[in-house]
Design a protein around this ligand. Structure first.
Ligand SMILES: [Zn+2]
Ligand SMILES: [Zn+2]
Length: 92
C-alpha cells in the first residue's frame, strides 16, 4: 500500500519498523510477527504492531469493521501506547 509521493523509510525508521513487526499484536496479543500499521501515512515512528486480523480483517480489523477494537474499547492511540510500551520493555 505505497502511496504516490511516499519517500522510502530512513535507516532508523526501517530499524524501528522491524522492531515493531517483531512485537505481539497490540490489540489481541497474538504472537508476532505483526504488521506495522501507520496511523498516519509515512509516519513510521507512530506505527502500531497489529496481527493480520486486527489490522486488515474485514470484520475485526482496523481497516474493516473494527470489531476487535470495539470489544476492547481501543483506538489507534491506545494501541500505539501498547506498542511503545512493549518496545521499551523489550529493550531492557
Ligand atoms: Zn490482533
Ligand atoms: Zn494499516
Amino acid at each position: 500500500m505505497q502511496s504516490k509521493n511516499k519517500r522510502p523509510p530512513t535507516v532508523a525508521e526501517r530499524r524501528h519498523i522491524e522492531a515493531v513487526k517483531a512485537l505481539p499484536c497490540s490489540v489481541c496479543d497474538a504472537n508476532g510477527p505483526c504488521d506495522a500499521h501507520e496511523i498516519k501515512q509515512g509516519q513510521w515512528f507512530s506505527a502500531v504492531a497489529l496481527c493480520k486480523e486486527c489490522h486488515q480483517g474485514p470484520l475485526m480489523g482496523w481497516h474493516g469493521q473494527k470489531r476487535a477494537w470495539a470489544i476492547r474499547k481501543m483506538d489507534e492511540l491506545d494501541a500505539l501506547a501498547v506498542t511503545v510500551r512493549r518496545l521499551f520493555e523489550s529493550k531492557r
